[in-house]
Design a protein around this ligand. Structure first.
Ligand code: NAP
Length: 244
């Protein structure tokens, strides 16, 4: 059975690994991106190499009209979304006293408003099918907090509250809703940290290294599968022992 998966922010980093993992496990994959069509096309190429089918769709996941158009495109080209992975996310770090309202609002829109918009847009079809998977990428920042990340951590804590509440709303319809909370994973997002911060992070990770995108993607692949049918409302940490 070839299910349809939509991965937001699927063009790079963790989202790219998730798109490839879902292709490997037999899904037809819609890869969403915001600004970099080249990266999205490269991911589509990897999906094809993995034996899968991919389409790429530009959309700002925090924008009502963009999300509505994106979901329509997936339905037309692949069919109703059966697996939604809310992965798109940004950081706009800074101490609260220096944080601009734009940096607060941008992070809220991309990291949290997107869950409201994307999940709502695919939910009716999942309810009708009595099967669905909604998996959202949180962060250990949303559990443990992190100085300089009040905006980001607030959205990632919000991902967990959203996940638990929606899991309770739709559980009786065969739809599971879960979150995956990574620690430090090697992507362009963490490359911005700088060497000193990355080295300090490694010191506090039990496994003594940053994570790889594929190590988050494998859990997402499992949560999307029939084997994970009895797991819902969870926020599962994948951090190499950072937040112990
Ligand atoms: P990344 O390498 O910076 O990639 C971000 C992805 O999100 C890109 O595909 C980007 O597309 C897309 N994106 C950004 N803004 C968007 C928007 N408004 N609409 C649609 N797509 C948008 O990030 P990453 O490290 O893979 O992170 C992926 C997720 O994991 C995020 O939710 C992040 O918070 C979370 N996470 C990451 C880490 C880590 O250590 N890397 C740790 C914990 C949690 P374009 O390039 O086209 O703009």
């Amino acid at each position: 059975m070839s299910r349809v998966a939509l991965v937001t922010g699927g063009s790079r980093g963790i989202g790219r690994a998730i798109a490839v993992e879902l292709a490997r496990t037999g899904h037809r994959v819609a890869i969403n991106y915001a600004r970099r069509p080249d990266a999205a096309e490269a991911t589509a190429g990897l999906v094809t190499e993995a034996g899968g089918t991919a389409i790429t769709i530009q959309a700002d996941v925090g924008d009502d009209d963009d999300v509505a158009a994106m979901v329509e495109t997936v339905i037309t080209e692949l069919g109703p979304v059966e697996v939604l992975v809310n992965n798109a996310g940004i950081t706009r770090d800074g101490l609260l006293l220096r944080m601009s309202s734009a940096d607060w609002d941008d992070v809220m829109s991309t990291n949290l408003r997107s869950l409201y918009l994307c999940s709502k847009s695919v939910l009716r079809a999942m309810v009708r099918a009595r099967w669905g998977r909604i998996i959202s990428i949180g962060s250990v920042s949303g559990i443990a907090g992190n100085p300089g990340q009040t905006n980001y951590a607030a959205t990632k804590a919000g991902v967990i509250g959203f996940t638990k509440s929606l899991a309770k709303e739709v559980g009786s319809r065969g739809i599971t809703v879960n979150a995956v909370a990574p620690g430090f994973v090697e992507t362009e997002l963490t490359a911005e940290l700088g060497e000193e911060t990355a080295a300090a992070a490694v010191n506090s990770i039990a496994l003594g290294r940053l994570g790889r995108p594929a190590e988050v993607a494998s859990l997402v692949g499992y949560l999307a599968s029939d084997a994970a049918a009895y797991i819902t409302g969870q926020a599962i940490v994948v951090d190499g022992g950072l937040a112990l």
